[in-house]
Design a protein around this ligand. Structure first.
Ligand SMILES: [Zn+2]
Length: 289
């Protein structure tokens, strides 16, 4: 974490919100009428068409996202799916709702957004979200939608990154948005405060590999557009580090001793360059083994 001038640790929430306010959005056109906007918090997936735009995740910063959406097509935004409750995927809920988007999410997303929620690992307390930001259409089990000539298969992971994660598959285009169960090229955050765990992350990573084939385009919550081989790399990284950290804990190493042993050393160059470095990730894994 960065340190502020006053010497206090700056919450990654502040760092990420500030970065999003200044960020440029990159638009990636994928297959069919599916695109991804990268640069405002988590990746935003957009399906365009006559039924209005459908977004998976809302990003953070309105001006850049609004501009990028307008450049994609003239369709109004009608639907927003939140992949989970985290701010970098839901900060944009309120403004998107105000222009006409109906918000769909797992019922736990609404639950966490409705109340004050503390994430100790981010050193941050989220106040309850405004009423307009709360998802109105709630799911607790897998559901299939049909919009813009596309089949959308929504699947609930069960507890993994949080207890509110869902994936969205665009069936005909063979594209799947796997949300924050996959950070392409980065160690992931694991939110134990709302039901996440390393073992849940591993279960989700295995499910993602099983659901993809060699032609599948995979949209991660964070990082560049991916394919099945990237899902396999990520799963294998999680499994290897889990084993190393579990062995240290079994030998009686304290959290600080486990971090000092650098169990992620072989992986840090590839995975440790974003919000979660090797020490932070070791702490997250240690909490769950
Ligand atoms: Zn998240």
């Amino acid at each position: 974490m960065k340190t502020t001038a006053a010497g206090a640790r700056e919450s990654p929430v502040i760092t990420i919100r500030n970065a999003a306010a200044a960020a440029k959005i990159t638009v990636h056109k994928l297959r069919g009428n599916v695109s991804v906007l990268e640069g405002s918090g988590g990746n935003i997936t957009v399906l365009t068409g006559r039924d209005g735009k459908l977004l998976v995740d809302a990003g953070i910063s309105r001006p850049q996202v609004e501009h990028a959406l307008a450049r994609l097509s003239d369709d109004p935004v009608k639907h927003l799916i939140n992949s989970h409750w985290h701010f970098d995927h839901t900060d944009g809920n309120e403004w998107l709702h105000s222009i006409g988007a109906e918000i769909t999410a797992h019922e736990n997303t609404r639950k966490h957004l409705s109340v004050t929620t503390r994430i100790e690992d981010w050193n941050f307390t989220f106040p309850p979200a405004p009423a307009g930001a709360l998802p109105a259409k709630l799911i607790t089990a897998d559901e299939t939608l049909h919009l813009n000539g596309t089949t959308l298969a929504l699947k609930c992971y069960g507890p993994s990154h949080t207890d509110s994660d869902i994936s969205v598959e665009f069936t005909e285009a063979n594209i799947i948005d796997v949300a924050d169960t996959f950070w392409n090229g980065h160690y992931p955050f694991i939110d134990y405060s709302t039901g996440g765990s390393i073992d849940g992350m591993i279960r989700a990573a295995k499910a993602n590999v099983a659901n993809a084939n060699d032609e599948t385009i995979v949209i991660p919550g964070h990082g560049p557009i991916a394919n099945k081989s990237h899902l396999i790399d990520f799963r294998d990284m999680l499994l290897a580090i889990r084993e190393k950290v579990a062995n240290l804990k079994k030998k009686g190493k304290s959290l600080d001793e486990a971090v000092a042993a650098k169990p992620t050393a072989d992986y840090d160059a590839k995975w440790g360059g974003f919000v979660i470095d090797g020490s932070f990730f070791t702490r997250l894994v240690y909490a769950g083994v």
